[in-house]
Design a protein around this ligand. Structure first.
Ligand SMILES: [Zn+2]
Length: 276
């Protein structure tokens, strides 16, 4: 079975220091995760969706020929995730009017994908099925690694044997050592060195730009209502409950005057997007 984690991080503690930046950080990361999740299709399946990460798996086909074509398809999907991430990141950055730390540092966010091939069991916890086993631990442990890159695809030796990437996607050798697991031979592809240039810049009409700016505005504005606690492992500055509540109440009180304000802000943003 292939075990895959896609994980978004890059904000530091000071970038998410208060309730507003934390809420905006969560909204932005959620949008980016959704951009990937929307495109997940068989043979890839979602095992678990966390705040800033999604854990996927793929059952290996017992038919060797079928698996040959499947593995090329999976490799393509993984590369597509980076493209989708980059595309949505650009959209969010362009349509964003906000100057908070989380919004003005969107480009610090990076996607890492970790792939390991091994065995896993479905373990039933109450009504949920969870993947369990040593290899599940390994792929999670690999989230903390020594890869000298911000945005990368990291494969274990066993995953490297299973997947098949185009020749243009080059890998560098690496290794990781964990106290309880031992030494793992890995390989990684650095997306910082080869930035994604796929898809020429689209020219959008004013109407399309306005809609995009308005959607981003709305999502950020209502961000405090969607705060869901500790599932965001990569957001360091978790503000207190009182801070979150206070911010949510403030948001609610200001919502009536937000609509005309947001309409103006979105229009200005749409004009600005047209110039850039
Ligand atoms: Zn913001």
């Amino acid at each position: 079975m292939l075990l895959i984690i896609a994980d978004i991080g890059g904000y530091t503690r000071y970038m998410t220091a208060n309730a507003k930046t934390l809420a905006h950080g969560q909204v932005i990361i959620t949008e980016l995760i959704h951009a990937i999740v929307r495109e997940i299709a068989l043979p890839l399946e979602i095992a678990k969706l966390e705040g800033d990460a999604v854990f996927l798996f793929c059952r290996k086909s017992p038919d060797a020929l079928q698996w040959m074509s499947m593995r090329a398809e999976i490799s393509r999907s993984l590369l597509t995730f980076f493209y989708l991430f980059q595309k949505r990141l650009q959209e969010l950055s362009q349509s964003n009017h906000c100057t908070c730390q989380a919004c003005s540092h969107i480009e610090k966010l990076a996607l890492k994908i970790i792939v390991h091939s091994g065995e896993a069991l479905f373990h039933r916890v109450l009504h949920f099925e969870e993947l369990a086993g040593v290899d599940v631990i390994i792929v999670h442990r690999l989230l903390k690694n020594s890869v000298p890159a911000g945005q990368y695809l990291l494969l274990t030796e066993s995953a490297m044997r299973e997947l098949q990437f185009p020749e243009t996607v080059t890998f560098k050798p690496g290794s990781e050592t964990y106290e309880d697991i031992g030494r793992l031979t890995t390989a990684y592809h650095d997306f910082d060195l080869q930035p994604f240039t796929g898809g020429a810049a689209e020219t959008k009409t004013f109407g399309a730009r306005y809609t995009q700016a308005w959607q981003t505005f709305g999502k950020l504005w209502f961000g405090p209502f969607s705060l869901r606690g500790p599932s965001f492992r990569n957001l360091p500055g978790q503000s207190g409950r009182a801070g979150k509540m206070g911010f949510a109440i403030l948001t609610l009180l200001l919502t009536p005057i937000m609509l005309p304000f947001g309409a103006v802000v979105s229009a200005l943003q749409a004009i600005r997007m047209g110039r850039s």
